[in-house]
Design a binder for this molecule. Structure first.
Ligand code: GDP
Length: 203
């Protein structure tokens, strides 16, 4: 897929204020610092589209971008939020659940994980939760330029083994580096194929 147009649309704190659910939507989520903003900027060819390194204390918002006038890309706040209060974390969890359950045009959720580290409990729990909600998802390994190929293969395999404990079929897995522009076409083509399949669907 060629990205001809990518623009910020809106940030919302409420699920009922989101843009009209009339286009396929793809959301990106992961722990803070995983490389989500960098990945979004790489995918859209815009250095500053998503703001890198979210400031702790910033309002938690659901951020919509419109791509090629055709689909929505959504930047979701990272989960975990070690620096935030329990109340803030709880309210984000409620908002996120409501978003996943009610957003009928949400096609796929991309869960970003750092390729350098072992599977984290918080990521695995979130992935299980997506399963409970029957939300299709893919896993995006980030920052692969920072490790050797053999280590990457090993880490991905560890992840697959972990997932296989719970899932009969593994989700799509993407290997990416925003620094080296690795994996961009894989993610975009995956979205493009899904968009094609949904061409005649009215949400
Ligand atoms: P976010 O908090 O998940 O949005 O993460 P950011 O995109 O702000 O990235 C966090 C840090 O990791 C920044 O210092 C980025 O420059 C760095 N980073 C992000 N992606 C990559 C990557 O693919 N390779 C390398 N080497 N660094 C990256």
């Amino acid at each position: 897929m060629i990205i001809r147009k990518a623009a910020f649309l809106q940030s919302n704190t409420k699920v009922d204020k989101l843009p009209s659910a009339n286009k396929p939507e793809y959301a990106f989520i992961g722990r803070s610092n995983v490389g989500k903003s960098s990945l979004i900027n790489m995918l859209t060819n815009k250095k500053q589209l998503a703001k890198t390194s979210s400031t702790p204390g910033k309002t938690i918002t659901i951020n919509h971008f419109i791509i090629n006038d055709e689909w929505y890309l959504v930047d979701l706040p990272g989960y975990g939020f070690a620096q935030r209060s329990k109340k803030d974390r709880e309210s984000w969890k409620v908002m996120l659940d409501s978003y996943i359950k009610n957003r009928k045009n949400l096609v796929c959720m991309f869960v970003l994980v750092d390729s350098r580290i072992e599977p984290q409990k918080i990521d695995l729990e979130f992935i299980s939760h997506l399963g409970e909600l029957q939300m299709p998802f893919g896993i995006i390994f980030t920052k692969v330029d920072k490790i050797k190929d053999a280590e990457l293969q090993r880490n991905v395999q560890v992840y697959k083994d972990k997932l296989a404990e719970q899932w009969e079929e593994l989700p799509p897995i993407f290997i990416t580096s925003s620094e080296k522009e690795i994996g961009k076409d894989d993610v975009l083509n995956y979205i493009d194929n899904l968009n094609d399949q949904l061409k005649n669907v009215t949400f």
